[in-house]
Write a protein that binds this ligand. Structure first.
Ligand SMILES: *Cc1c(COP(=O)(O)O)cnc(C)c1O
Length: 471
């Protein structure tokens, strides 16, 4: 898809004509047809029509391919899918089918993984503040190991062992190696000043090893770290791995887990290392620290991001002369929080014309009652974009649906997996009923009824007129 050099059509803002969306940002099976872009053998416009918008579409073949590439690079049993990036029953099952372990970070994620039929011994439990119930469920289920994050958590594990006679926990210790990496402060986790893990530099990690070794409630298996996320330079990740490996060698750990964090390209021009590159760098780094065993990784984003794409419907186009154009779509920060949270950047295109140049500069915004509800601050879009177009943002498969909310009482979108010309809904769209599901209606009735009764004593009250028919 080469850059077009033709002049922008009249009335289009910005002086330069941008090229069409890069193939490297699209799911693997994306294919340009005369009618538009198809993924998994189905036109995106058709998916939007059939399932409504906003819609998360995942290229199942691409998801599976990413899982296989990771396993090929690091070895079977040495890749855990970080499920927080995107989790539902179908995704847990897919990752398990492809030979990945599952990394869960809460009782809720654990519940979904078990519900999906992932055996407990293929699941590892993370989290910086696991409560007793989460630990109890994990230990009773028999998870592969628990990544212990603090002395307080050790106390909880010891109590469960001593008082409830739960089996001893196989544990890895989360350490803070003093090396942080990542695209944004909020996702840099490996530094010494972090809520995560036992610090190496202040001796907390060494003390934790001693405590675990001396406790009948814990079987110390290894050392774990995760230094950050959306890291595009494997050298940065390797630096973290080298520091953790040095510690693992020092304390004679049996296993070493070096976390996730491998970045993905969200915009044209960005390049992400392959799983093979990442594996090679990590191996070199840990060998350099004297670690001769295997390393386990926990990719999340690098598995799920690019296979996923979000489809929206354009509802408004507002041109402010001399300022900018706003393109309003039917989702927003409730289905993609990353731009508001981290200033993350995305691209957009129109599935009906994926090869069209994109000379129109516009701010793509959602429908929430916030000016910060921006999906793309300065998007390049085709000049003939119009209301009712389907607009797609690629590379939204990770930390999109996972962070979705009901802000402004928007129902969360549906998620479909597409493959070989077939689409299956793996998470249904929420309905109006879902939005009321948690509201305790008895209490509302009790509170509202008396006040309505009072209003009824008046005459010509609009509330009375409205409620009369409903009674
Ligand atoms: C978030 C997280 C991951 C995955 O990070 P990605 O950047 O999505 O690969 C892996 N391990 C732990 C402990 C995490 O918290």
């Amino acid at each position: 898809m080469a850059a077009s050099r033709s002049l922008p059509p009249a009335g289009v803002e910005g002086g330069t004509v941008s090229s069409a969306i890069e193939a490297g940002l699209l799911p693997l099976t994306a294919e340009v047809r005369p009618e538009g872009l198809a993924v998994g053998g189905i036109l995106l416009t058709e998916l939007a029509q059939r399932f409504g918008t906003p819609l998360f579409v995942y290229d199942e073949e691409h998801l599976r391919r990413r899982c296989r590439e990771a396993v090929a690079a690091f070895g079977r049993g040495h890749v855990a899918y970080a499920s927080k990036a995107f989790l539902c029953t179908a995704m847990a099952r897919l990752a398990h089918e492809e030979g990945l372990l599952l990394d869960v970070a809460s009782g809720g994620e654990l519940r979904v993984a078990l519900h999906a039929g992932v055996p407990a011994d293929r699941i590892v439990l993370h989290g910086n503040n696991k409560d007793e119930a989460e630990l109890r469920t994990a230990l009773l289920a028999g998870v592969r190991h628990v990544v212990v994050d603090s002395f307080d958590e050790m106390e909880r594990i010891e109590r469960l062992h001593a008082e409830e006679h739960l089996p001893a926990a196989r544990v890895q210790l989360r350490v803070a190696p003093g090396v942080a990496a990542g695209a944004h402060e909020a996702i840099r986790t490996g530094g010494h000043d972090s809520k995560f893990g036992f610090g190496i530099s202040d001796g907390a990690a060494a003390a934790a090893v001693g405590r675990a070794l001396g406790s009948p409630a814990m079987i110390l298996e290894g050392v774990h770290a995760h230094v950050g996320s959306q890291v595009l330079d494997a050298v940065e990740l390797a630096r973290g791995a080298a520091a953790v490996a040095r510690f693992a060698v020092e304390v004679r750990a049996h296993r070493l887990t070096v976390g996730g964090g491998l970045g993905v390209a969200y915009e044209a021009g960005q390049v992400a290392p392959s799983f093979a590159d990442w594996a090679a760098r990590m191996r070199d780094a840990v060998r350099g620290s004297g670690w001769s065993g295997e390393v386990t990784v926990e990719p999340g984003r690098s598995i799920a991001a690019r296979p996923g794409i979000t489809l929206y419907r354009v509802g408004t186009v507002k041109r402010i002369e001399g300022v900018r154009t706003y393109v309003g779509v039917d989702g927003g920060m409730s289905d993609n929080l990353r731009p508001a949270l981290y200033g993350s950047r995305y691209e957009a295109f129109l599935p009906r014309c994926p090869r069209a140049p994109r000379p129109l500069r516009a701010r793509v915004v959602g429908k929430h009652c916030e000016s910060g509800d921006v999906i793309i601050d300065d998007a390049a879009l085709p000049a003939d974009l119009r209301v009712s177009d389907v607009l797609a943002t690629p590379v939204t498969g990770a930390y999109g649906y996972a962070m979705a909310s009901n802000y402004n009482k928007l129902p969360r979108p549906a998620v479909v997996f597409v493959a070989d010309g077939r689409a299956r809904v793996v998470v249904r769209r929420e309905t109006d009923e879902d939005l009321l599901r948690l509201d305790v209606s008895e209490a509302a009735d009790a509170a509202v009824a008396p006040s309505l009764g009072m209003m009824r004593s008046g005459t010509g009250d609009p509330v009375r007129a409205q409620t009369a028919g409903a009674a």
